[in-house]
Design a protein around this ligand. Structure first.
Ligand SMILES: CCCCCCCC/C=C\C=C\CC(=O)SCCNC(=O)CCNC(=O)[C@H](O)C(C)(C)COP(=O)(O)OP(=O)(O)OC[C@H]1O[C@@H](n2cnc3c(N)ncnc32)[C@H](O)[C@@H]1OP(=O)(O)O
Length: 718
């Protein structure tokens, strides 16, 4: 709703009330219309201020209403009512003015912002465009290039930038509402002719055609198949080619197309999923709202390789004192230099103070004795990690949380090395750890709810999106990667090239295809794990070379590693690079010859594999594992898996995540294709549909928010 009051006798103040962000729900829109009419009809009122309750102007349209039948007064006529008013209307922007919230402010005659406010049109991130005049008013106000940039990226501008761009008229360090009331009094009775943005002339400039061409090229390049950024450019284009009213018609037409699109549904689902994962729960009933995190002031990192360095940077930037340990003096010095550089670059980029003095470097593990939380980040070697956990258990003060950055080893095995297994959890960061937003927080069967809550809270402090997952090989992300990678290898065996598979995945929207990613992260990483698991059998021939544990196995990755082809770092992998460390992947004729020779050796006849088969086999195998993970209780819900895949594995956000995508394709269709492929490849376990997808498909494929009802409560984990 909206609350009306009169201040200083002559200023009508309309306060939006819809916690937590004063989104423009039907009741709020109705409230604005009613109170505007009241303010306009009261003769004593000479000017009007619109503000939001609790220091937040408005977070935009109420996204939760998008799925339902839209009721209440529409936004566009509501904003026109404000703009057409004969009394000056001033927006007092505190906190945020986003989306429909900024469009409402653009309909006001003046805008005063608090210095800490953020303004933007983030609709593109929800698969939409600013549909309440934003694409027509903003370019008229600040010009096409700046409007295009804000609208196509959806980024939030600071109040200072908004002032510089001309979006707001004044910025204050004090109460924006008080400043707006004062301002409203000062402009009462003045002509509003020059203040209605919709009456401004169309933006003109000789280089407009070039600007639009460049913008379109750029969004097509970076959108990875998302349609909203492209449509945003088209809508802004209407502001320069059409008069305002016609431009509004075009905006509405384009908005309607996006509004009903699968991409908009996916992005809006993802918006809520990313927030939902903080409300974690475990199969044994531990929950976010009943588990209290411990205070952490001092943290320690053990092992200063690539991951340890990134983790140290993240902790220091979160304001913690950090002890960074590397036992070899030379490596410690190298790490110190590298971390200082990372902190400096990051401080410059983010405009925050340098956090270099937060980190103390040490060669001895004893230095972590008084830390509240220790993160072990050494090589992925169980024996080494076990030794470290034994040491830590003896060194650390009672109550210290012991965390491991393992990407898939057994948390419980590590916990069993300590005197307090309840204090052991996994904190699986993604490289580069100071940049990537995702953190998998892994609870073992003995981790306490308090330990889990503390690690989740730490992730939040570091600016990460933390997702709580259960303990199993590979946790959620890497466990699902296995059947996906496996299919990619099998496709090569059957006739595809790495370029063809990657192209299909990149056209789907992945930032990089599976083979390019593999070259980037290093083929030796998986090789080491497979060797430790006893899967690598050098020199094996005949049928047994491609079978492990009764299931189909491809030794292709092992064979490349045996040739010293570890990917980018060695200049050769699934692709070739200019030099070791090179970044530009080029098809490698050697690899093609190697594949031909491999197929001939194993009696495999290459066939032409179409795009659909490549995509379905890779994605559906991954999705099937996702359902198995839900069934096993390793992830609490599909949202957890989707957030992990979007933030950690380059899954295109506009496709919602693998589980959402499965729902969009249709669970019966995914099931039917899995059954088909499993019939063709009965020796591939990853293609055997798991019972949860069968159950859901048999229950008329309920919507994703109801899937949890179909998951049987697995054994207790905490
Ligand atoms: C064919 C049909 C034609 C119909 C014509 C209609 C014409 C429509 C015209 C215009 C349409 C305009 C579109 C929009 O305005 S879309 C909304 C644009 N706004 C946003 O994208 C802002 C989204 N919110 C945020 O970025 C953040 O929440 C922020 C406001 C910055 C606050 O951040 P923070 O303090 O970190 O808090 P949270 O993000 O955790 O949010 C707190 C809870 O509030 C919920 N929330 C936030 N924004 C909205 C919203 N706009 N609508 C509904 N709910 C919102 C959020 O989900 C959190 O709740 P929960 O944890 O339960 O999920």
């Amino acid at each position: 709703m909206a609350f009306y009051s009169r201040v200083s006798g002559s200023v009508g103040v309309i306060t939006l009330q819809n916690p937590p962000v004063n989104a423009l729900s039907a009741a709020v829109r109705q409230g604005i219309v009613d109170t505007m009419h009241r303010a306009l009809s009261e003769p004593e009122v000479k000017s009007v201020v619109i503000c939001g309750q609790n220091g937040k102007f408005c977070g935009g349209a109420d996204i939760r209403e998008f799925g339902a039948n839209m009721r209440g007064p529409p936004l566009v006529p509501m904003i026109h009512l404000i703009e057409a008013a004969e009394k000056p209307v001033v927006a007092a922007i505190e906190g945020v003015a986003l989306g429909g919230g900024l469009e409402l402010a653009l309909g006001c005659h003046y805008r005063i912002a608090h210095s800490k406010a953020r303004l933007g049109l983030p609709e593109v991130t929800l698969g939409l465009l600013p549909g309440a005049g934003g694409t027509q008013r903003l370019p008229r106000l600040i010009g096409v290039p700046a409007a295009l940039e804000l609208i196509t990226t959806g980024r939030h501008a600071t109040a200072a930038e908004a002032l510089q761009l001309g979006i707001v008229d004044e910025v204050t360090d004090h109460s924006a509402v008080d400043a707006a009331v004062k301002f409203a009094q000062s402009v009462a009775g003045k002509s509003l002719d020059a203040r209605r943005i919709s009456t401004y002339p169309r933006p003109r400039s000789p280089d407009l055609a070039e600007i639009f061409e460049k913008a379109m090229k750029e969004v097509r390049r970076s959108a990875r198949g998302a349609i909203a950024p492209v449509t945003c450019v088209q809508a802004v284009h209407a502001s320069v080619t059409l008069p305002y009213a016609k431009g509004m018609e075009r905006e509405r037409e384009l908005f309607s197309t996006l509004f009903t699109s699968g991409q908009a549904h996916a992005l809006q689902y993802y918006f809520f999923a990313q927030r939902a994962v903080s409300r974690w729960s475990t199969p044994s009933g531990a929950r976010w709202d009943t588990s209290k995190p411990r205070p952490v002031h001092k943290a320690a990192v053990i092992g200063l390789g690539t991951m340890g360095r990134g983790i140290s940077v993240s902790l220091a930037q979160a304001g913690l004192s950090v002890v960074a340990v590397e036992t070899q003096e030379k490596q410690l010095l190298e790490a110190k230099q590298a971390v200082s550089g990372m902190l400096e670059r990051s401080a410059k980029r983010r405009g925050v103070p340098l956090a270099d003095d937060k980190i103390k470097y040490n060669c001895s593990v004893q230095a972590v004795a008084d830390a509240d939380l220790v993160i072990e980040a050494v090589f992925e070697d169980m024996a080494l990690k076990k030794t470290i956990f034994q040491q830590l258990s003896g060194i650390c003060k009672p109550g210290t949380l012991l965390c491991t950055n393992t990407s898939g080893l057994d948390i419980d095995e590590l916990a069993s090395q300590t005197q307090s297994p309840e204090l052991v959890v996994g904190m699986h960061f993604f490289a580069p750890a100071h940049v990537m937003k995702l953190l998998e927080v892994v609870y073992g069967p003995r981790s306490s709810p308090e330990a889990l809550a503390t690690a989740m809270e730490m992730g939040k402090k570091m600016g990460k999106v933390s997702v709580a997952v259960g303990n199993c090989r590979g946790f959620v992300g890497n466990r699902m990667l296995k059947p996906y990678l496996e299919q990619a290898f099998f496709l090569l065996e059957e006739g595809a090239t790495p370029e063809q598979v990657d192209q299909v995945l990149e056209e789907f929207g992945f930032a990089m295809g599976v083979f390019k990613v593999s070259d980037l992260s290093g083929l030796d990483v998986g090789w080491k794990v497979r060797k430790a698991d006893g899967l690598v059998v050098p020199g094996s021939t005949g049928k047994s070379a491609r079978i492990r544990g009764g299931s189909r196995y491809s030794p292709l990755g092992d064979l490349l590693c045996e040739q010293g082809r570890f990917g980018q770092k060695t200049g050769r992998g699934w692709y070739q690079y200019d030099k070791p460390g090179g970044r530009v992947a080029k098809p490698d004729p050697w690899l093609h010859g190697f594949l031909e020779e491999y197929r001939a050796r194993h009696g495999l006849v290459a066939r032409r594999i179409d795009h659909q088969e490549m995509l379905e086999r890779c994605l559906y195998a991954l999705i099937n594992e996702g359902f198995q993970i839900l069934q096993d209780g390793i992830a609490a819900g599909p949202e957890d898996i989707d957030v992990i895949y979007v933030l950690g594995y380059g899954w295109p956000r506009h496709r919602g995540g693998p589980m959402f995508y499965a729902g969009l394709v249709g669970l019966d269709k995914v099931l039917e294709r899995l059954e088909h492929y499993h019939q063709v490849y009965p020796d591939v376990l990853g293609l055997k549909p798991c019972s949860l997808i069968r159950k859901l498909a048999a229950s008329s494929s309920p919507p994703i928010h109801r899937w949890r009802e179909f998951i049987q409560k697995p054994r207790s984990q905490l």
